[in-house]
Design a protein around this ligand. Structure first.
Ligand code: AG3
Length: 285
């Protein structure tokens, strides 16, 4: 981690000695927040790099390869997403993509670590004004408590958390998914990132199992994300009568997409064969 390994490189080590790295020109910040260790680097070729507890969160040039597939498939599959909740996502990238949708009346973001918001606003600016949007409400707090206590209902809930290992682990549990389900309107969609397909396969299967106990239907897809050990996995939970396999193409116009292709939505549902077979082996599904 950090400057280990090759000099002037940041490398994130995954299990089994697999690494993803960037050549860096400088370390701009290294702080211990109330919740985690935050590092910010200037890379040679991808702009700034944000790291939390040694794990790559995003690079400025390429962050859309994560935020687009996280946000737009669920937003375009929901018939009319007006109220959206984001848990995590302190950098503002997810909020930015959500607010591109003209149907949205309110987007609430609940991020536990205000230092992530502050550093992102000051150095990254990938929110591109989203924090100032009158439709946005930014709450610094615990997303789990918010879901339980706010009584608010949403059409789409997006979990933009750290990995299904470590402090965010409970965001991948049946109890949490039940709170998410209850906070969804009669028709609703939830999406979560679920880690590296190859290196966190067990965690992905675990999250899928927990979700399958709660949602009416669940879907999986993977997407290559710049800076993560790709392919990266995403899980979608459906409440009520919503078809996640179809999207409203008329609402995709003007989204300025670079990675996710709504015209090829049906190709989204890719998983390496052995992982698909493991997922499909769950008896309840
Ligand atoms: N949140 C998901 C980070 C997961 C990355 N995991 C890793 N590198 N091991 C990203 C925050 C962007 N809004």
């Amino acid at each position: 981690m950090g400057f280990s390994g090759e000099e002037n490189a940041f490398i994130e080590w995954y299990p089994r000695g697999y690494g993803v790295g960037f050549k860096v020109k400088a370390r701009l910040l290294e702080i211990q927040t109330r919740y985690q260790r935050l590092e910010l680097y200037e890379t040679e070729g991808f702009g700034k790099l944000l790291v939390l507890d040694g794990t790559v969160q995003l690079v400025e040039r390429g962050e859309e390869s994560y935020h687009e597939p996280l946000v737009h498939p669920v937003m375009l599959a929901h018939p009319n997403p007006e109220r959206v909740l984001i848990i995590g996502g302190g950098d503002g990238g997810t909020l930015r993509e959500v607010l591109k949708h003209g149907t949205v009346e309110k987007a609430v973001m609940v991020e536990i670590d205000d230092a992530v918001i502050d550093v992102s606003r000051r150095y990254l600016k990938i929110d591109r004004g989203a924090f100032e949007d009158p439709r946005a409400e930014v709450i610094v707090g615990d997303g789990v408590e918010y879901l339980r206590n706010s009584g608010e209902k949403f059409d789409v809930i997006i979990i933009d958390s750290t990995d299904p290992v470590g402090p965010a682990k409970m965001l991948f549990s049946e109890g949490f998914y039940r709170d998410v389900y209850n906070a969804l309107n009669e028709k609703g969609l939830m999406v979560t990132q679920a880690g590296s397909v190859y290196l966190f396969t067990d965690e992905l299967l675990g999250a899928y199992r927990e979700m399958s106990r709660v949602f009416d239907r669940i879907y999986y897809f993977s997407f290559p994300v710049i800076g993560y050990a790709s392919p990266w996995s995403f899980l979608v939970g459906v409440k009520g009568d919503v078809d996640f396999t179809r999207v409203d193409l008329s609402r995709a116009e003007g989204l300025e997409l670079k990675y996710y292709d709504p015209e090829r939505h049906e190709t989204l549902f890719q998983m390496p064969r052995y992982v698909r077979e493991l997922l499909e082996a769950f008896p309840s599904l």
